[in-house]
Design a protein around this ligand. Sequence first.
Ligand SMILES: [Zn+2]
Length: 220
Amino acid sequence: MTPYHLNFHGVGDPPPGVDQDEAVFWLTPPQFELAIDLMLAAGVPFEVSFDDGNRSDIEISAPLLKAKGVAAEFYVCSDRLGQQSYLDKADLRWLVGNGFLVGSHGCGHVDWRTCDSHTLDREIAESCRAIDDVIGRRVTAVALPFGSYDRRVLNALRRHGIERVLSCDGAPSQFASSPTPRFSLRGDLAIERQIKQVLSGRSLMRRLWQDARVCAKSSR
Ligand SMILES: [Zn+2]
């Protein structure tokens, strides 16, 4: 597992209806390209993922990554497929056909820690099944909505055969069974500074602190 994982939400102008809390995670196209170029220049292996299934994934991000030869994972909410400003079924097929991974971000973008067991099972099983049907292969990767999880959520994902779980914990962890941490880039902060933070994420103190935090969340 590479310790460097950049997580994006949208690139370009956020569509109407995106509130301020989410809008800060939208980057301009030059900010997005700069982030990727800085990682490429650092010469380290890194992973890239996108949450929420915004249309900018297919209109801006995926073509740019393809041109630069960078792999990426796209996590979509099945209930939003085909809605205005979101990816549709043909987009998912294009992504898979072009070598990108498509995974689940749940059905309706709800916090899984607050769901009762029935709803949690539905969120996982139905979203994966809906995406399976579109892309013609089994979905085994999930990005946690809001990065939110506890032991019950992780157990449910395991029960449903999910092999890859992505959080938003920021820094790497040494625990193999914990969700894969990601660094969510923001458009309201300097990109150079954020990438520096990503690249320094292996410092011992930060990792020890992160491991303690992830361990506490996983066992809640
Ligand atoms: Zn999300």
